[in-house]
Design a protein around this ligand. Structure first.
Ligand SMILES: Cc1cc2nc3c(=O)[nH]c(=O)nc-3n(C[C@H](O)[C@H](O)[C@H](O)COP(=O)(O)OP(=O)(O)OC[C@H]3O[C@@H](n4cnc5c(N)ncnc54)[C@H](O)[C@@H]3O)c2cc1C
Length: 384
């Protein structure tokens, strides 16, 4: 392999988005142990959920908001470049409320969201049913979150693969990073089963596998654990397909092209097991039936499972490390699609200019090890 200036380990949505951003500035390569974009990123529902996912203000919310703000033009640009249609949908998200207690939880959240000037509209049950006739009669009403959009995550992944290839990024599939190589606290390359790839800059974007790659123990990367999520796709045959995403405390239903609806999901701690299980399907279907009872007669078209990369505090881990030339963009958990655009921007700026943007700072590794921020982890003996 021609030695890249920047080598990204992991060709999921996070690695691909970063490669696209860096491709005009450097010679970039990606290695992936399997096939690019076919792990967690292939499993994602495609929600760009900012308001229905964030339950407190703060850095994670700010990161989500900035990513969402950029997403639409990012998608338009990618569509223009690749001619892929990403099915970006702007109807927004309906958040149905089943009890007074749920309403209170949402009101607390929406109170601070409104201070950010964000759109949150309460719909009575009858106006909600005019918009979404198939929705259960059990609800008290619903919130309309007009700016929580969605898109086709798999098409996004394939468009990114097309885009980075056109921009000269080499993607090496079936190529596992078995060790990250360092010398005197500097990255010097990555070992794969076939060769050593020499490079001064490595970015770890290996999703749920990020904390298992040897050679960088010194940075004390906290465990990134896989959290399995299962999804079912059904065909809307017994009711008019709806335009809005439905997201609730009892699961979600996301309309896609051709009358397909994604039903999700589960959060399971079962290691690196991507089996689709009877229990997982039962749990999703029970909740979906409660949201839209007419789904009962609809055919199931597909099902799958993926592994969300969950860090110990459920925030992504981004930016530089105590090893010079080693950077992180991992742990994106439930929001990797949403956060990929802004993570790529923040991490690439840090790689290229060493800038630590205020939005990057809270997500850096030194939040776990404050001493990293003050001094190098090891005194480097440079022999002079
Ligand atoms: C069911 C489900 C629904 C979801 N829905 C949404 C959603 O609606 N919106 C949203 O924003 N997010 C969603 N997510 C979360 C999102 O999918 C993830 O946060 C995101 O895909 C993480 O991207 P990634 O690139 O970090 O990881 P991955 O897509 O897992 O990519 C990591 C890549 O690294 C490669 N790799 C690993 N180890 C090595 C190695 N040693 N050498 C070389 N390559 C290696 C892997 O093969 C893989 O291709 C969902 C996730 C699941 C499971």
């Amino acid at each position: 392999m021609k030695h890249p200036e920047i080598l990204i380990i992991g060709g999921g949505i996070v690695g691909l988005t970063l490669a696209r951003r860096l491709s005009s500035e450097a010679r970039v390569a990606i290695i992936d142990k399997g096939f690019a974009g076919r792990e967690a990123s292939w499993a994602a529902a495609g929600l760009l959920g900012v308001q229905h996912e964030n339950f407190s203000p703060g850095p994670l919310f700010e990161l989500s908001l900035e990513s969402r703000r950029r997403y639409r033009s990012y998608v338009e640009d990618l569509e223009d470049e690749t001619a892929f249609v990403l099915d970006y949908r702007t109807a927004g998200t309906i958040f149905p409320i089943f009890s007074a207690e749920e309403k209170v939880r949402c009101e607390t959240r929406h109170a601070w969201q409104k201070k950010y000037g964000l759109a949150v509209d309460w719909l009575t049950a009858s106006s909600c049913h005019r918009m979404l006739p198939a929705l259960t009669r059990e609800i008290l009403g619903a919130y309309h979150l007009a700016d929580d959009h969605q898109l086709n995550g798999r098409r996004l992944v394939d468009a990114l693969i097309e885009s980075v290839r056109r921009r000269g990024v080499a993607i090496h599939e079936l190529t596992t990073a078995i060790r990250i190589l360092t010398d005197n606290n500097n990255v010097i390359g990555v070992e794969t089963p076939r060769e050593v790839i020499r490079t001064p800059t490595v970015v770890l974007a290996a999703g749920s596998w990020s904390s298992g790659i040897p050679g960088i123990e010194i940075i004390k990367l906290p465990l990134i654990k896989p959290t399995r999520g299962q999804i079912i796709t059904a065909q809307a045959t017994h009711f008019k397909p709806f335009e809005h995403s439905i997201f609730s405390f009892h699961g979600y239903m996301i309309p896609k092209a051709d009358g397909l609806i994604l039903l999700g999901s589960t959060e399971e701690n079962v290691g690196f097991d991507t089996t689709v299980t009877v229990g997982g399907m039962q749990s999703i279907l029970t909740r979906a039936l409660r949201l839209v009872p007419k789904i009962e007669c609809c055919p199931i078209i597909d099902h799958w499972a993926g592994l969300r990369p969950e860090s110990v505090d459920q925030w992504p881990i981004l930016g530089p490390t105590p090893i010079d030339g080693l950077h992180l963009t991992t742990g994106h958990f439930r929001r990797g699609l949403l956060h990929a655009v802004m993570s790529a921007e923040l991490v690439s700026r840090n790689i290229l200019t060493k800038e630590v943007h205020p939005l990057l700072k809270p997500f850096m590794l030194d939040r776990f090890h404050p001493s990293f921020a003050e001094k190098p982890l090891v005194e480097v003996d440079r022999g002079c």
